[in-house]
Ligand binder design. Structure first.
Ligand code: ADP
Length: 312
């Protein structure tokens, strides 16, 4: 109740799958703007959800990093809905920039800056034992100074079943790694790294890299674009609960073919991209290893955040 009284709710900013988002400000200092995210509670989750989610999100308030959205407060309203008070990020998200081909132009230096911010965010999460589980351009929000901030993270954790968000068919599956598509129950940071790789590819292509309409189609797109998972390239994969691949099989794609499609980031950028999209999660690069990659140090230098493109 005291947390709730710290903020005054204003106009509705937007509506997402799981929440309505409102502009708000601090009662004690009206110049402090916040976004109040009121989580919709589906009927079947009414028992337990708010308390679990509150417990899981409380400690996210301690997770401070320039590339992770700040969770300022959590409270539940009288209708039992969970409310998250977040820093207000007014400049939209990365998806808006990727899609606005007519008005937004960007190149390798911009992609390197955005990927650097995303990679540092993911490294910080993993270093603190947090899996995001829903990395996609639309969850990368942009602050007034151009800083990209990973948003919506960790929320799925509070929803009881660890696979809840991933298996829900209202959530976009384009960024979902093969181990989850095959029903793996035990997974790690590598799931986020795959998503980072698909975002990297999308930044270059300016269209989604693997836009499957169904889970079956998603697996087919991965096989065709990256290679068919099998016991040679991924020991144990055929034992996963939902392992199934199209009968037409494809060898793991090599550097030349990546260069033809993603050459705009140069050979080092392509090397990094390929390491994020390794089929076997055990062999996928980690966020820490990504930060040690030579791509960050070769030309062009990442664009400084003030000079990054903004929405029209
Ligand atoms: P979705 O991820 O489906 O877009 P969200 O619930 O995350 O749904 O957000 C809905 C909308 O609210 C977003 O599209 C955005 O316009 C706005 N929004 C969300 N979080 C913030 C924030 N921290 N600052 C400003 N606007 C936000």
């Amino acid at each position: 109740e005291t947390e709730k009284r710290k903020y005054i709710k204003g106009k509705k900013l937007g509506e997402g799958t799981y929440a309505n988002v409102y502009l708000g400000h601090s009662r004690s200092d009206p110049s402090v703007l916040v976004a109040i995210k009121k989580i919709k509670v589906q009927q079947q989750y009414r028992d337990g959800l708010p308390l679990d989610a509150i417990r899981e999100t409380k400690w996210l308030r301690e997770l401070h990093h320039p590339n992770i959205i700040s969770l300022l407060s959590v409270f539940s309203s009288k209708d039992q809905n969970l409310n998250l008070v977040l820093e207000y990020l007014p400049l939209g998200d990365l998806e808006m920039l990727i899609r606005d081909i007519d008005n937004v132009t960007y190149g390798a230096a911009d992609i390197k800056a955005w990927m650097g911010m995303l990679t540092r965010a993911v490294w910080f999460c993993h270093d603190n034992w947090v899996l995001h589980r829903d990395i996609k351009p639309n969850n990368l929000l942009i602050a007034a100074d151009g800083e990209v901030k990973l948003a919506d993270f960790g929320l799925a954790r509070g929803f009881g079943d660890p696979g809840y968000k991933m298996t829900s068919n209202v959530i976009t599956r384009w960024y979902r790694p093969p181990e989850l598509l095959f029903g793996a129950r035990h997974y790690a940071g590598a799931v986020d790294i795959w998503s980072v790789g698909t975002v990297f590819a999308e930044l270059i292509l300016r269209t989604a890299f693997l836009p499957g309409n169904t889970e079956v189609e998603q697996i087919a797109l991965i096989c065709r674009a990256i290679g068919t998972p099998n016991e040679d390239n991924w020991p144990g994969v055929t034992q996963l609960r939902e392992y199934t691949v199209p009968s037409e099989t494809f060898p793991v794609v090599g550097k030349d073919s990546y260069m033809a499609r993603f050459g705009a980031v140069g050979p080092d950028g392509v090397d990094l991209l390929m390491k994020t999209l390794v089929l076997d999660p055990k062999n996928r690069i980690t966020a820490k290893q990504m930060l040690e990659h030579r791509w960050w140090h070769v030309d062009p230098k990442p664009r400084s955040k003030e000079d990054l493109p903004r929405k029209a």
